[in-house]
Design a protein around this ligand. Structure first.
Ligand code: PGA
Length: 278
């Protein structure tokens, strides 16, 4: 059944479930906010199903809302969670993918496998992957190009460390990450940027609204020439977003949503963050 949210939007057939689902045409509207939950390496099947079903139920029941909502569970939960939320307005995403379609890459997951599980988004170049797996900008760009080819929306993460910010390098670091990580062919329909200052992730520290405003304006300016339609690309903020600071952060100019870690693991908190969008 179509929800109020879907009215007037194009539907496409999900090739796996054969169900009609809303096309991702929101980015083309006036930068509709995206509230994305990055579950990281948390939760077993029962937890993931409870959380996703709870959110899908709230979203369906809410009717018209001012945001798109996305959950990005760990790989083993993509299929069960995808099945549980199929047909609801809650979107599914993954936390990484390989740049190749298939082959001898032990432990990796291809973009086609993600779309097969019902994913519409994939987070790429998160600072934890850049740090834990030494992912370079070039690798992120290859992965994003592969994700685009598979029909996925790439959420490309950038952000400076505390030492880089203290040294006055935040803008140049982020500019260089954007330059190296955004592939040819990026548009507002296939790419979202997430600004996540590394020092704010999981630490309880958040950037001030003024710092966020300045960095998001910088990112929007840097997108010119790197994406087809820079003004339409959604730029999310991430790093200790919580119900208590979400309204203030989401009201900042050029902030088009949030990438949420810890607070995305509790339905009440994640829902409160989303509904703080105006
Ligand atoms: P956090 O994580 O909300 O727990 O700070 C954000 C992220 O890493 O995406």
């Amino acid at each position: 059944m179509r929800s109020l949210l879907d009215r007037g939007r194009t539907l496409k057939t999900n090739t796996r479930t054969n169900k009609r689902e809303p096309e991702d045409d929101n980015a083309m509207a006036a930068r509709r906010k995206l509230i994305a939950g990055n579950w990281k390496m948390n939760g077993l099947k029962a937890d993931g199903l409870d959380l996703a079903s709870d959110l899908a139920g709230r979203l369906t029941g809410a009717g018209t809302v001012a945001f798109d909502m996305l959950v990005c569970p760990p790989f083993p939960l993509l299929f069960p969670v995808g099945d549980a939320i199929s047909g609801s307005p809650l979107a599914l995403g993954a936390q990484d993918c390989h740049a190749k379609t298939s082959g001898a890459h032990t432990g990796d997951v291809s973009p086609a496998m993600l779309t097969d599980a019902g994913c519409r988004y994939v987070i790429l170049g998160h600072s934890e992957r850049r740090a834990d797996h030494a992912e370079s900008d070039a690798q992120v760009a290859h992965k994003a190009a592969a994700a685009h080819k598979a029909g996925l929306i790439a959420i490309i993460c950038v952000g400076e460390t505390e030492a880089q910010r203290d040294a006055g390098q935040a803008n140049s670091v982020v500019a260089s990450q954007l330059k190296g990580s955004i592939p040819e062919g990026a548009t507002a329909a296939n790419t979202v940027i997430a600004y996540e200052p590394v020092w704010a992730i999981g630490t309880g520290k958040t950037a001030t609204p003024d710092d966020v405003k300045a960095m998001h304006a910088h990112i929007r300016a840097e997108l010119a020439g790197k994406t087809a339609d820079p003004d339409a690309v959604r730029v999310l903020y991430g790093g200790s977003v919580k119900p208590g600071n979400a309204a203030e952060l989401m009201a900042v100019e050029n902030v088009d949503g949030a990438l949420v870690g810890g607070a995305a693991l509790k339905a009440d908190d994640f829902w409160a963050i989303a509904t703080s969008c105006r």
